[in-house]
Design a protein around this ligand. Sequence first.
Ligand code: NAP
Ligand code: MG
Length: 403
Amino acid sequence: MSEKIRVKNPLVEIDGDEMARIIWHFIKEKLIKPFVDVDIRYYDLSITNRDRTDDQITVDAAYAIREAGVGVKCATITPNAARVEEYKLKKQWKSPNGTIRSILDGTVFRKPIIMKNIPPMVRRWKKPIIIGRHAYGDIYKNVELVVDGPGRAELVFIPDGGGEKRVLNIHEFKCPGVIMGMHNTEDSVRSFAKACINYALGEKQDLWFGAKDTISKKYHGFFRDIFADEAEKVKDRFQENGIHYRYFLIDDAVAQVMKSEGGMLWACMNYDGDVMSDMVATGFGSLGLMASVLVSPDGKYEFEAAHGTVVRHYYEHLKGNPTSTNSIASIFAWTGALSKRGDIDNTPDVLKFAETLENAVISTVESGIMTKDLMLIADPPVDKYALTEEFLDAVAGRLKKAL
Ligand code: NAP
Ligand code: MG
């Protein structure tokens, strides 16, 4: 290899915390910087820097992605009470992913990375099952009430500007019970449907959507109708790309996904996405093999690993003990971001580099060199696992040869 591959436009890099941050820096030093010349807009979202800037750095990073169009993010701590104590924080800062997601109005897609010797638990799965989760409303923004005795519950809507009040009877309680109210909005569901459609077109994969509209004729029916409406608008583009939109009852969707070979984008309502993404991630092997991308309806992208900061490994690392942390999902965050950059900038050599790096990772694992989490599920079995840096060095060696 002679000179570095030039990336035409800037890339936003968001740094993070703990073990994820350690592997992040190894990846940059060993797999990116030696080969690629890219104008990085760097934002340090470590918990200490978020605390120092009163979380302004998170907002700035999200706006930087809006401007540049593509970002890549390391896993970050979402502080709870214990973390406030551990890092002596001013307060329990909000989830950075939540902040960035709401500024970009984005949808999160999770895609497993597949290797021949890491077989999925479901034998038929051959291609990735990508899950798109609607990240607004339903039970995640609900109100609930435990009632302690007989009484009547009503659903009431009072229009602004003085239209007629609408009242529905929920239940006449004869004994104690429980009530819940939840909502969603047309804007949010439509943005979600559009983000899923764009992603399906980008990946050239069928789009599936499931809901329970036989039971919930209005609520779930609302989602079904918006999806159908948005899919109808892009019918020709789906046809040109040889892909299809399919609506299922959610229970049928689950059955069809299990029986399928994979290879579809499965758009899920909020709760379904929460539950099913964990099932699919586990079914494909390891959290270390799950890539994640946030896509805004106007086509801005943020790539990351689905896993967190791998805190247990970090504490071992701090004690000076060797670790075997899987860096694959973080490497794929970089390759995802670089290939999106190459795609938008129309620079095939950047796309080619990202593909070469992904192939170097896959062939390293397929040759039997892998971290401990994968060793435990590899077939054929391997008898030895690589340490964090040993794995990265093996990938770097293959990458150099391939370029
Ligand atoms: P986690 O960091 O994903 O780790 C959970 C466990 O999964 C690990 O302890 C490890 O199991 C295994 N694991 C995950 N990634 C791995 C990898 N790359 N290589 C090997 N094993 C891996 O989740 P968590 O412990 O629930 O959360 C830790 C911190 O991360 C929290 O502060 C949370 O707020 C944050 N978090 C951030 C994001 C994000 O930024 N996107 C997402 C989730 C969580 P063993 O310990 O058994 O080896
Ligand atoms: Mg979940």
